[in-house]
Design a protein around this ligand. Structure first.
Ligand code: HEC
Ligand code: HEC
Length: 248
């Protein structure tokens, strides 16, 4: 009995130590980036969302590696997020079922890997991005995969979809920056249409993983700013504030 308790404690300690080293090694790597590399990291976040929108590339066919079980077609199937998810967990995350299901794995195991290794993946036969995306954009994507992704399950409850942030702190950021474009109640821009309007409050509650990604990196092809220069805590506070805004 006692032995199992000790073993259990040791195990928990080991897991904690691992968590701390993993996250602090990311922070350390980000701290070591030059100004240009830091800018590349942020650019990579936007490209992960929708690289062809950001780069103004026209695509009309479906990605050759997009599986037959998937329900999407055309340009959408070329977005990293379409195959790997807003939560970076692919088939182990929000896309484990539903209209975005592909059965493809996430990118989590490539966190903290060497960007050069990741560029190789992006140029492999599965992805075949080498001929479509310039080297400097591939580098941005690789730096994002290495140092930009986080384990969202530590910060967003899978079942309730609520973030762990403090809405009051987040409000100070939202109401002094985001407000300029999205308005005090988040309803200034309608992301969908008159019949089925979607506002900040709608998307932050429906898809908090996507909203956190946009908060951290910005929105492709739009003037929207990235909050990556702030701490992850600040970004999570903004998400939690957004979840308090009206959803219709
Ligand atoms: C059409 C679907 C599709 C798109 C779009 C796509 N990938 Fe992938 N990706 C895959 C497949 C398939 C694999 C191989 C993993 C597997 O066997 O499920 C993979 C693997 C990876 C891996 C290695 C993950 C691992 O654990 O092996 C990384 C990193 C990655 N992709 C990054 C990206 C990035 C960045 C983009 C956008 C520029 C992207 N992918 C776009 C389908 C896609
Ligand atoms: C300079 C204007 C601007 C600022 C500042 C701005 N945004 Fe945006 N945001 C946009 C535009 C434009 C879009 C894209 C609208 C569209 O696709 O219809 C967008 C899209 C979004 C989306 C994606 C909605 C979706 O599902 O497609 C979210 C979430 C979001 N913004 C949150 C924020 C938050 C939080 C802030 C503050 C940190 C912020 N924005 C600051 C202009 C801005």
């Amino acid at each position: 009995m006692k032995k199992t308790k000790i073993a259990c404690c040791l195990f928990i300690l080991a897991v904690f130590a691992l968590l701390v080293t993993v996250s602090s090694s990311t922070a350390e790597e980000i701290g070591k980036l030059t100004g240009r590399e830091f800018a590349q990291l942020v650019r990579g976040g936007v490209l992960y969302d929708n690289w062809f929108e950001e780069l103004g590339v026209k695509i009309d066919k479906t990605h050759p590696s997009y599986p037959a079980v998937g329900q999407k077609k055309g340009a959408a199937t070329w977005r990293c997020k379409e195959c790997h998810g807003w939560d970076y967990k692919g088939k182990a995350g929000a896309y484990s079922t539903g209209s975005h299901y592909t059965g493809i794995t996430g990118i989590r195991s490539y966190a903290n890997q060497k960007p050069e290794q990741i560029i190789k993946v992006l140029k492999d036969n599965t992805h075949a991005f080498g001929s479509m995306i310039l080297d400097k954009e591939l580098e941005a994507l690789a730096i994002f995969v290495a140092y930009g992704q986080v384990d969202v399950d530590l910060y967003i409850n899978r079942d309730t979809r609520k973030g762990i942030g403090d809405p009051a702190s987040g409000g100070r950021i939202y109401l002094s920056t985001c407000i300029k474009c999205h308005g005090e109640d988040g309803k200034e821009i309608n992301f969908k249409d008159e019949k089925n309007p979607e506002y900040i409050g709608t998307v932050a509650n429906k898809n908090p993983w996507e909203s956190l990604h946009k908060i951290r990196w910005g929105h492709p092809g739009a003037q929207m700013i990235s909050l990556f220069f702030l701490t992850l805590k600040d970004q999570l506070d903004v998400l939690s504030f957004c979840q308090t805004l009206p959803d219709k």
